[in-house]
Design a protein around this ligand. Structure first.
Ligand SMILES: [Ca+2]
Ligand SMILES: [Ca+2]
Ligand SMILES: [Ca+2]
Length: 158
């Protein structure tokens, strides 16, 4: 009887070790992959609103993706295509002043790589204040989207 209890405790301990090791593998949060010299990224295929996406990235010690180069924009486009995802939340917004875009981390968007999709940002219905990367004709570009819309998203490791 006591031996059985001991075995159960041992199994539980092994389970805890296994769960912990799956969260951080090689020092990385689960699911992050290195892409060339660009950095570490994870695409979340679940659809959530922009704020939940931002918070989820932060909980993984990462941030909602900020596009800093043409190469990075193409990489995100490639990640989206490989998952059949047309839009992902991105780490910028004009929540403070309409038309003045900043990254989620307080940098002017002009300090990043900006390639808007044609006709964007359009602040559709006067209510698009959150950042988005959208495939148009299979090419990724920036878009503004209503913050309450649910989309997949990409986190970038700090
Ligand atoms: Ca970046
Ligand atoms: Ca706006
Ligand atoms: Ca838009």
């Amino acid at each position: 009887m006591n031996m059985n209890v001991g075995l159960v405790v041992l199994c539980l301990q092994l389970l805890v070790i296994k769960i912990n090791s799956s969260v951080v593998k090689n020092g990385l949060p689960e699911g992050y992959r290195k892409y060339r010299d660009l950095g570490f990224y994870k695409i979340h295929t679940t659809s959530v609103n922009w704020n939940v996406a931002r918070q989820t990235c932060e909980n993984e010690n990462a941030y909602l993706v900020v596009i800093n180069s043409q190469e990075e924009l193409e990489l995100i486009g490639y990640m989206m295509q490989s998952q059949n995802i047309e839009e992902v939340h991105a780490g910028f917004n004009d929540l403070v002043t309409e038309g003045e875009f900043y990254t989620t981390y307080g940098q002017p968007l002009s300090s990043t790589y900006i390639q808007w999709n044609d006709g964007e940002p359009n602040n559709l219905n006067g209510d698009e204040n959150c950042g988005n990367v959208k495939l148009r004709d299979n090419k990724p570009g920036l878009n503004d989207l209503a913050c309450g819309q649910t989309r997949s998203f990409v986190c970038e490791l700090k």
